[in-house]
Design a protein around this ligand. Structure first.
Ligand code: SF4
Length: 321
């Protein structure tokens, strides 16, 4: 461990909730701080070990992970410059709640936990700053749980890519900040699913080449993150047990039928999400895929589809006439 440089101290004192502290509180808090260097894949601390320090990332990237009962790794959070870790375990059990591992070579500022507690008791400003850091972490975790519960994997991938973009709409090029295995872990999907979802984003104008991502329009990514996911409709089984036409085929037919009727599916997904979901379900279970695909291939202008399409009444109601 080495002493932090003046630049290190300046950086961490401007990070997060510590930025609100007066200079004398920062000086007191940082007095015994030291820089810990961790090489890529090295562990800063492990889940269950006694809490000995409060950490702020100065350089590099770390991941916070927990090992589940089944022995699988769950990536809880990814930390970059200015992020802090282990605030909660200072108060809970005095044991680290997670494992912190370096994803790249990293430098981390460590404040001994006894000193932190002494500062908290002595200066209410420091107590409030640490409580604020803890509350921010809790807020991030609640948001992450909500994403996992309420969004499909496809929506999470779209939202993650949109979050990398510095602009809300229009073309954009970004670099993936971590490797794909780590991104998949953070989004709660497998690396294989992540690759499949990158491929599914191609028709929406998103191209991923290694770490380089080209996006035709960031607004479309935001829309995909918010709307029902056509690519993840349930797959129907035939009576013989063989896989029926896949979910993607049914989704494609519905999209093409809506387009043939001049119905803006994005507008419908916003104004009538439940109706759209019901249309998807009917399309997935529909026995007329071949006939429907044939009509659509001929331009979709024929009115014959209305006789066999189980979605005809709803689709007609959504159409312009
Ligand atoms: S016929 Fe209607 S319900 Fe069947 S796939 Fe086509 S649009 Fe969907």
């Amino acid at each position: 461990m080495t002493a932090p440089t003046p630049l290190d101290l300046k950086l961490v004192s401007r990070a997060g909730a510590l930025a609100t502290l007066p200079a004398d509180a920062v000086d007191r808090l940082m007095a015994p701080a030291r820089i810990v260097t961790v090489a890529r894949r090295e562990t800063l601390f492990r889940q269950g070990e006694p809490t000995t320090g409060f950490f702020i990332v100065v350089d590099g990237v770390l991941k916070l992970r927990r090992i589940t009962c089944a022995g699988e790794e769950a990536v809880i959070q990814i930390l970059t410059r200015g992020d802090s870790v282990a605030a909660a375990s200072v108060f809970v059990d005095y044991r680290y709640l997670i494992t912190a591992e370096a994803v790249s070579d990293a430098r981390v500022l460590r404040i001994p936990v006894e000193h932190l507690m002494a500062c908290i008791r002595a200066m209410p400003e420091i107590a409030i700053a640490i409580m604020t850091v803890t509350a921010q972490h809790l807020g991030q975790l609640v948001q992450h749980v909500e994403e996992l519960k309420a969004q499909s994997g496809f929506q999470r991938v779209a939202e993650f890519l949109a979050s990398l973009c510095p602009v809300p709409s229009g073309p954009c090029e970004v670099k993936l900040p971590y490797d794909k295995i780590l991104i998949a872990g953070r989004l709660g999907i497998t690396p294989e699913s992540l690759s499949r979802m990158f491929a599914k984003l191609k028709p929406a104008g998103v191209e991923v080449h290694r770490a380089h991502v080209t996006i035709a329009d960031v607004a479309i990514l935001h829309e995909l993150a918010a709307e029902p996911d056509f690519a993840e409709m349930p797959v129907r089984e035939t009576g013989a047990g063989a896989p029926a036409r896949g979910d993607r085929h049914a989704a494609d037919l519905l999209l093409r039928r809506l387009a043939a009727l001049d119905v803006d599916f994005r507008a419908i997904s916003r104004s009538e999400p439940r109706t759209l979901r019901e249309l998807q379900q009917v399309c997935t279970g529909c026995g007329c895929h071949t006939q429907c695909a044939g009509d659509l291939a001929r331009g979709g202008a024929s009115a014959a589809w209305k006789a066999y399409c189980p979605n005809a009444a709803v689709l007609k109601a959504l159409g312009p006439n």
